[in-house]
Design a protein around this ligand. Sequence first.
Ligand code: HXC
Length: 258
Amino acid sequence: MTEYRFIVVNTDGEIGFITLNRPEVLNALNRTMVTEIVTAMEEFDRNNNIKAIVLSGSGRAFAAGADINEMADDDPIRLELLNQFHFWDRMGAIKKPVIGAVHGFALGGGFELALCCDLLFAAENANFGFPEISLGVMPGAGGTQRLTKLMGKTKALEWLWLGEPMSAKEALQYGVVNRLVAPEVLMEETTRFARKLAKKAPLSLRLIKESVLKAVDVPLLEGMQFERKNFYLLFASRDQKEGMNAFIEKRQANFEGR
Ligand code: HXC
């Protein structure tokens, strides 16, 4: 397994865990850390024993944003040449379910990282926000796009313009998070949900994710055609035969992901 400096990576059964681990700066995301997160996600994505990925933060935050010290002296040409957002694009291309377990601050790039997850479980003490406006910048890793697609234009503008934190309760109300749980059971509840997903037919999980992500971007008819092709494709899998035979034979299906 790859050695990491700013994250901790481990597995428990079929679940892969990635924990941001710079608690002394509230898991501020430096560029190496972002590269490490993507590398770990891609390793889990290629590992047939892993069915779902859980992303969380150590200490008192999920992540308080991109590392401001690292960014302070940047200039546009350096940013262009660094091409750091390429790593964020790779995060969005992970095929397996990625569930974020968020407690404490999820700000700026930390919120954008949370928005890269497919589902979010939030502790009641979580707070989300885009404080970039107070730094004289704006989100750059998908924040304006993903938040708008989740909550609509007017609400997104309000949060992005004011830069104020959104409570976990508000995040639930606006459909930003899936579940709100007590902080002490955040990992337990998230892992329990991940294990539920791990029991499902892996190819179906994968193609459902691909189809739902497509729905966010394309007109209905194009999305329906994409869905249809994926539906047909699943009839080439052993799991389709197994799933349907198991139903007919009144037994539990044993999915192999093939
Ligand atoms: C670097 C950070 C940091 C950050 C916190 N720290 N956030 N360092 N970059 N984003 C450091 C602090 O400097 C401090 O270090 C330590 O973490 C603990 O933070 P405190 O401020 O002492 O804690 P607290 O008083 O509880 O305040 C928490 C906080 C505050 C409200 C979250 O830290 C804060 O406002 N952080 C910045 C949040 C932010 O603006 N995020 C957006 C960044 S821009 P020392 O050494 O003093 O102990 C961004 C753009 C994304 O994300 C672009 C695409 C990738």
